[in-house]
Design a protein around this ligand. Structure first.
Ligand SMILES: Cc1cc2nc3c(=O)[nH]c(=O)nc-3n(C[C@H](O)[C@H](O)[C@H](O)COP(=O)(O)OP(=O)(O)OC[C@H]3O[C@@H](n4cnc5c(N)ncnc54)[C@H](O)[C@@H]3O)c2cc1C
Length: 554
């Protein structure tokens, strides 16, 4: 997809694992023109429902990959989280269009991603296990073993370990996976429930003996899960036990029957000491695992893959500096630590050990509900909309201007996109295959000449990597060209520049210093452009018109 530098690496990237994370990585890399192989030691996709909640930021990623139809037909939008204590509702969090999650069981997410991968010409090599791996500065040699015992050694440019919590890739790299395992075993059933529950809500029945959670599933069942009493083994867990725990901890009057899956599972909180060693990366459960509280596991992993794919595609094509890849560990490590901390807090609230813990938890829930703290602070975080990447090579210096914040997602305020003649959230109107220089300012003011000059220079130097769009902030109009300035006031408007990355995050933004920041960031991340042929590689240096822009910008 990207024009390849002469001498660019043409060997494929190996994705190990075809769970949701590996499939996202393989599809996103293929979309960007990277040759990919994806192997999985299982004989085919897992039918187990496992992850259920898909939050808005992940929905965005899946829809971009073409999964919109399956999300509409197979997903169940969740309207609220309802917290009960001692048989009374103590708190309710309602979702809005921006924050609403969809219950879409993991097999559907994997099927969606698998379809997308095959539409892009890719496939999963099932029954193929990575057993050994070694690397040097130039590539990674792996040993792959197929189900019939045949072993082959092959060389790849990069390897992505998306091989789950017991990752072989992580183990072969000798990376520690420190953390802890919670004492109780958790019991789970996907089951029909007779009783007065609405289907599009998640219930948390909090009693002195623990919390039992019920999540509506598409098709009429509920997922029921709760911590099992001390001493329970996996073999003890069956529907009768889960019914007893529900009677004990729930509101009463709920009868379970017709289970499609009953299991016991341990909950861990661990993260890999490193997620990159040379040409090998870890993503998803291979890099971090935590309690299902908050339903973040699959979501965090899909976003790891999304974060890494565009960077790797640019580096693989020889268009970006290798250091861009370091930002993957910086950015996603920051997110993983936050997710693990929050899931841990919630899990402890689910398993209180003292009476005063229960009283404190219920009071905290009531206060948070009354102040709508959940809707304002907690839910946008779960939705994946509030992370701000503060360090690493893929963001510039911290700053905010005109609604843009460096390291945060570009805003999703609705705009009229002249290109598609549709009303859409701004972030979704921007391409995810290139970066976008957004020039934002009031429509009745001429865009400063320096902004259009900068756009022209970027077009010349970064050609297929950056496109420029103009946002009229007065009328929320997004255009491909600057408005003609005849009759407009000149340069006394308030303009802002934001360079938005292919993953929708703002790499850098600024008012007066905008041009300089954009230029510096591009130079740091994409030094390879300096080696492009002289005919296309005009150096981006400050021009008179950029000085003019500085005066006009905020
Ligand atoms: C009961 C339960 C409930 C959950 N609920 C939620 C929820 O509501 N929301 C949420 O976001 N998350 C939830 N999760 C977590 C979620 O299931 C995981 O985070 C998610 O599956 C991680 O995806 P992954 O692709 O990283 O790993 P996996 O899904 O584990 O996929 C790894 C793949 O790698 C393959 N593999 C392993 N080793 C090798 C090898 N050496 N060679 C080749 N292939 C290999 C495996 O066969 C597997 O297919 C839940 C998990 C469980 C168990």
């Amino acid at each position: 997809m990207y024009e390849q530098e002469a001498g660019a690496d043409r060997r494929p990237v190996l994705v190990v694992g075809a769970g949701p994370v590996g499939l996202t990585a393989a599809a996103e890399l293929r979309r960007r023109g990277v040759p990919v192989r994806c192997v999985d030691r299982a004989q085919g996709p897992s039918p187990l429902s496992k992850a259920l909640a898909v939050w808005p930021r992940t929905l965005e990623v899946l829809r971009r990959l073409g999964g919109g139809k399956r999300i509409e037909t197979h997903g169940l939008p969740i309207e609220s989280l309802r917290y009960h204590s001692n048989n009374r509702e103590v708190a309710r969090i309602r979702f809005d269009d921006r924050t609403r999650p969809v219950t879409l069981p993991q097999p559907d997410v994997e099927a969606l991603l698998g379809e997308c991968l095959s539409e892009l010409g890719g496939e999963v090599e099932w029954g193929t296990e990575l057993v050994a791996l070694e690397q040097d500065a130039h590539g990674v040699t792996v040993e792959l073993r197929t189900a019939d015992g045949t072993a082959v050694r092959e060389e790849f440019s990069y390897v992505l370990g998306c091989d789950g919590a017991s990752s072989t890739v992580r183990e072969r790299l000798g990376i520690a996976f420190d953390g802890s395992t919670y004492a109780p075993l958790f019991a789970l059933a996907d089951v029909r429930v007779e009783g007065p529950l609405v289907h599009d809500a998640n219930y948390y029945f909090c009693g002195p003996k623990g919390v039992v959670v019920l999540v509506g599933l598409p098709g009429g069942r509920f997922r029921v899960f709760t911590a099992a009493p001390a001493g329970t083994t996996r073999e003890d867990i069956d529907l009768a036990l889960i019914q007893r725990l529900l009677d004990d901890r729930g509101p009463g009057g709920l009868t379970l029957h017709d289970a499609t899956w009953t299991t016991g599972f341990s909950v861990h909180a661990r993260h890999a000491e490193r997620t990159r060693v040379g040409r090998v990366f870890l993503a998803g459960d291979a890099a971090h695992i935590h309690s299902p509280a908050g339903g973040q596991g699959l979501n965090t992993g899909v976003q790891d893959a999304h974060n890494l794919a565009w960077k790797l595609a640019l580096v693989h094509a020889g268009r970006a500096h290798e250091t861009l890849l370091d930002s993957y560990a910086d950015e996603r490590g920051q997110v993983a630590r936050t997710v693990i901390r929050q899931a841990d807090l919630q899990t402890r609230a689910w398993t209180p050990t003292k009476r005063w813990h229960v009283a404190l938890r219920d009071t905290a829930l009531r206060v948070a509900s009354a102040l709508r703290l959940g809707d304002i602070a907690y839910v946008p975080g779960l939705a994946g909309l509030t992370y701000v990447y503060r360090q690493g090579a893929a963001v510039g210096p911290a700053g905010s201007v005109g609604g843009f914040t460096t390291g945060a997602l570009a805003p999703d305020r609705t705009v009229w996109d002249r290109r598609t003649t549709r009303r859409v959230p701004l972030r979704l109107a921007l391409t995810d295959l290139r970066m976008t220089l957004l020039v934002a300012g009031p429509g009745d003011h001429a865009v400063p000449a320096a902004a259009t000059a900068l756009a022209a220079t970027l077009q010349q130097q970064y050609g297929d990597l950056v496109e420029t769009r103009y946002l009229d902030t007065t009328d929320a109009l997004l255009s491909d060209t600057a408005p003609r300035d005849a009759g407009l006031k000149r340069n006394d408007g308030r303009f802002a520049l934001a360079l938005v990355r292919p993953d929708g995050y703002v790499a850098v933004c600024g008012g007066g210093r905008g041009p300089e920041l954009v230029r510096d960031w591009l130079r740091t991340a994409f030094p390879a452009q300096g080696h492009r042929p002289a005919a296309t590689a005009t150096a981006v240096t400050e021009s008179d018109s950029e000085s003019e822009l500085k005066e006009a910008l905020l």
